[in-house]
Write a protein that binds this ligand. Structure first.
Ligand code: C2E
Ligand code: MG
Ligand code: MG
Length: 708
């Protein structure tokens, strides 16, 4: 506006009559636009108005009278030459952008207009300078934001599409869009998404568009889209309305979440299914149980829960390995599934525990109990049929506990608990059978829980003790070693042997803590015996029982090493008793750990030898020093010729493998005589002594050398 007005003014100045230089200068002085008047004859500045002084900061007196080439406002001589050149070629300058140096050092973007003006016979150049800093800042910002938008749009890692808001036609797509959906820009630009078949379900499009119009944006809206090659992609659309120039546009991002969705689906599936058998797991069973209980209530129906457990499954794992164990579980799951109706659920809760939910049974308790019994018997038979797993012929049995919704509970928790309790009852009374839940069964289970709680308390309160049973050389009657045996000093019951609680320690996992304490305690006792010179390091060894679970701990070797170092005991005095079941479980890990300990000097004994599933080939691979003949053979060796034979065979075998031998459970002189006949001289048994307290054991060793 202002510039246009100046034009008119400059035009009027070109009419020379009556206008004097001084009048013009006075006029310029009034103008709000920065002006400078330069004589065209000699290029000397004739006038500078206050607006120019204000704009550039130079005082009029510093500019007037100077040659225009000397003016400090030029950024460079080249700049001035450029302006003059433009002026000479066009006769005037209109809207030329230039940057002038200000007095304060900044360079200011300006728009200049230069007109030739005649006053009388004098020629002048009238320059008008307009500050465009603000405009230029705004321009720059706009350019920058456009560049940013373009960069974001073009290089975005997500597929972006720009639509014309009114026509819904695509105006632009980015590289990623082409990569993900396969469409080249020219194939889609100018078309609507519906026109090139982008939507898998076109009928859903209007609702999504309405939502966009209603809310002004879309956020991660799930849609299925079709790529150029026909693949269906699960996408999440986010859209916004934007203005590009003055054009209203819709900017949409189509994020491909196909893989994420399939991972989510897999994770969800895995969360509800057992990885090994693909059967529903506890969570899904719980869900279904809940549904059927609710349905049953409404329709007067009932359901039954059959809790399954394979008898002695651990033996399969221990003797044939886990791969074989897994194959057995898969076979069992196939057999169970084949025997139930589609509406029923076979679930695996873990380990060898399966649960079958029989649904739609009669609301009459007797009828539903009979159906459940018949079904359970069929399943028992199915599982017991011989199977061939990896070349091994196996025949398993199982135990089933049953709870009925009509009688034993109407919540999933109660039914599961009661079926489990019934199962416990079957196991306690000899396995391979079926039992319905009975309230008194709960007593047994709660006793077990009570025992675990008391053991936990005993561990904390320090109620465990170690007793020591001497190991004796029959030829000299000298004590050559001892076995540490765990006792529980119960505050009310008194001293309790491990038979009453060892299984609970093992199964609850408390054996890890207890086992560590036992190692520590036994080594401490050994250190004290040596310290008091009651035994000598080269003639005495202390045996410590190691439970399979304890041995399987990843840091077991480190634990033993740390205790030996702390107690500073001669390592060769330490014997670890393991049972054959450890050897068979993950043989390579077992051998590795045993060798590491053997390298430190620790020795190994196989406990209860002859009762497990030991194979000679395993035994040869293990760094074992000693076999302990199980007391069951010793018990009858003088009465039962079979047992006598077994004892003989073990002795011969140990000799050929170069292993030491100890007979366990020697109670009579006859048993000892028999063993000595077979050249087995070391024994442990009530015949010599039971396991006794530390003090009593020291007494058995006799007085220390000084007092002897
Ligand atoms: P084991 O390691 O075979 O220990 C020998 C068991 O036989 C001991 O029973 C011992 O008292 C008993 N015994 C020894 N001589 C005779 C005898 O002449 N006649 C009879 N009838 N029995 C005899 P205990 O102390 O009841 O231990 C039973 C089992 O509990 C042990 O068998 C062992 O497997 C386990 N156990 C005991 N203490 C520990 C321990 O500290 N850690 C671990 N992991 N298990 C232990
Ligand atoms: Mg033992
Ligand atoms: Mg034993």
């Amino acid at each position: 506006m202002r510039i246009a007005w100046l034009y008119t003014m400059a035009d009027s100045l070109t009419s020379p009559e009556g206008t004097r230089e001084q009048d013009l200068i006075a006029l310029l002085g009034q103008l709000p636009v920065a002006c400078m008047l330069v004589s065209a004859t000699d290029d000397i500045v004739v006038a500078v108005n206050p607006a120019l002084e204000h704009l550039l900061g130079w005082s009029a007196s510093g500019l007037i009278g100077h040659h225009s080439a000397e003016l400090p406002l030029w950024a460079s001589p080249k700049q001035r030459d450029g302006v003059l050149q433009l002026l000479f070629t066009s006769g005037s300058i209109q809207q030329h952008e230039a940057r002038f140096q200000c007095h304060d050092g900044q360079s200011k973007p300006c728009l200049i207009y230069v007109e030739q003006v005649r006053i009388g016979d004098q020629s002048y150049r009238l320059a008008m300078v307009h500050d465009i800093s603000e405009r230029s800042n705004a321009d720059r910002e706009l350019r920058q934001s456009e560049a940013k938008f373009a960069a974001l749009f073009i290089d975005s890692p997500e597929p972006y599409v720009l639509f014309d808001k009114r026509s819904a036609q695509i105006t632009e797509v980015n590289h990623r869009f082409t990569e993900v959906f396969g469409y080249q820009p020219q194939e889609v630009i100018g078309k609507t998404a519906a026109e090139f078949g982008f939507w898998r379900y076109p009928s859903k499009r209007p609702a999504v568009i309405n939502k966009l119009l209603r809310d002004g944006c879309l956020r991660n809206e799930s849609v299925d889209l079709i790529a150029r090659d026909g693949r269906v992609l699960n996408c999440e659309v986010s859209s916004n309305f934007i203005l590009i120039g003055n054009e209203p546009c819709t900017l949409s991002c189509f994020k491909d979440v196909t893989e994420q969705r399939s991972i989510e689906a897999r994770v969800k599936y895995q969360a509800y299914h057992d990885a090994l058998t693909d059967l529903p797991n506890r969570l899904l069973l719980h869900d279904r149980l809940q549904q059927h209980l609710a349905l049953g209530e409404r329709h007067g129906l009932s359901c039954a829960l059959l809790f399954f457990d394979l008898d002695h499954f651990k033996r399969v794992n221990d003797s044939l390995g886990h791969t074989c164990g897994d194959a057995v579980l898969q076979e069992v799951s196939r057999r169970l599934q084949a025997r139930v109706r589609k509406a029923d659920t076979v679930a695996r809760l873990g380990g060898d525990e399966f649960v079958i939910l029989l649904t739609g049974l009669s609301g009459n308790p007797e009828q539903s109990a009979e159906r459940a019994r018949v079904n359970a018997a069929e399943l028992l038979e199915a599982v017991s049929a011989p199977m061939n797993i990896e070349g091994h012929g196996l025949q398993l049995s199982c135990s089933i506990g049953i709870a009925l919704s009509s009688e034993h509970g109407n919540t999933p928790e109660d039914l599961l608990k009661h079926a489990d309790t019934a199962l416990y009852g079957v196991k306690a009374s000899g396995r391979n059978n079926i039992a319905f839940f009975e309230p008194q069964m709960q007593v047994v289970v709660s006793q077990r829980l009570q025992l675990e709680a008391e053991l936990r308390q005993a561990l904390q309160a320090g109620e465990f003790r170690l007793h020591y049973q001497p190991q004796v050389d029959a030829r000299t009657q000298r004590i050559t070693g001892a076995e540490a045996l765990l006792r529980w000093q119960h505050p009310e019951t008194g001293l309790i042997g491990p038979a009453a609680f060892m299984h609970a320690l093992e199964e609850s996992g408390m054996i890890l803590e207890a086992g560590h304490w036992i190692l520590e305690q036994a080594c401490d006792f050994l250190a004290r015996l040596l310290d008091r010179e009651l035994v000598s390091a080269d003639q005495f060894s202390l045996s410590i029982n190691i439970s399979p679970r304890q041995f399987r701990q990843a840091d077991f070797v480190a634990q033993v090493a740390a205790i030996i170092a702390r107690q500073q005991i001669p390592v060769q005095c330490l014997k670890l008793e393991i049972t054959e079941s450890i050897m068979i479980h993950n043989i390579s890990d077992t051998v590795k750990k045993m060798n590491e300990l053997r390298d430190m000097g620790v020795r190994f004994a196989i406990d209860d030898f002859g009762t497990g599933y030991s194979s000679l080939s395993y035994l040869k691979r293990l760094p074992v020093d000693l076999l302990k003949i199980d007391q069951s053979f010793i018990n009858d060796c003088t009465r039962d010729s079979n047992d006598a034979e077994i004892v003989r065979a073990i002795i011969v075998m140990a000799r050929s493998l170069n292993m030491e031998l100890i007979a366990e459970g020697v109670e009579t002189a006859e048993q000892l005589a028999f063993l000595q006949q077979q050249e087995c001289h070391t024994y442990q048994g009530f015949y010599f002594s039971q396991a006794v307290s530390e003090d009593a054991f020291c007494a058995l060793l006799g007085p220390p050398p000084a007092t002897r």
